[in-house]
Design a protein around this ligand. Sequence first.
Ligand code: HEC
Ligand code: HEC
Length: 170
Amino acid sequence: MKQRWQRRWLWSLGLVLSVCSILGWGLGAWSQGADPAQPSLGRLRLGAELYVQRCGSCHLPVPAQTLSTDTWRVLIQDINHYGIQLQPLPKLDFNLIWPYLRTYSRPIRPGETVPYRLGQSRFFRILHPGVELSQPIGLGSCKSCHPAAQQLDYITLVPNWQQFLTPTAP
Ligand code: HEC
Ligand code: HEC
């Protein structure tokens, strides 16, 4: 009689242990999905939308890929902003905007200076192969070629964008 009870008890213990390990595995997999280093597409899209709201109200939203990750890390935490003062980003907004900026930008190379102007940014230059932009490059100029820039859409181009190029000597 005593032995049967013992066996039953062992069985239950085994069952509990396997349920726990399955749960543990599931939790592990789930938390990997929620890894902040790898945000989901939905979260990135939300971050981009919030970015347009927070950082696209005074000027066009500057697309993440045009400056370095190092630039963004500083810009979104500094209330001193090119001669004016910004409201600090609320923590919740920061937690969504930062993954968007980090995911779509690249770090500078060792020894390279952090670019704070598009005109100094090789990331911006690389996105415009063969496109001679007029200097100085200001955020007011993007719209002439990128009509949907206010929505962070820099893929759509006006059909006659070549007319906004700086004329180069033949
Ligand atoms: C209250 C208005 C305002 C808000 C909000 C604002 N900016 Fe600016 N931003 C400015 C001004 C003013 C300049 C300087 C323009 C100049 O000197 O050409 C500037 C310049 C910039 C530049 C430099 C562009 C260049 O190449 O010259 C970047 C990048 C930038 N802002 C990013 C951001 C980001 C990121 C946010 C959100 C955290 C943001 N801005 C929010 C007013 C604002
Ligand atoms: C004279 C027209 C012109 C102006 C002005 C211009 N661009 Fe562009 N931009 C282009 C063209 C053309 C391409 C596509 C280049 C290619 O892929 O060969 C492009 C590509 C881009 C891309 C890459 C889009 C993608 O995801 O494939 C970004 C980002 C971008 N531009 C941002 C800007 C910003 C920000 C400004 C303003 C500071 C700006 N551009 C001003 C013509 C322009």
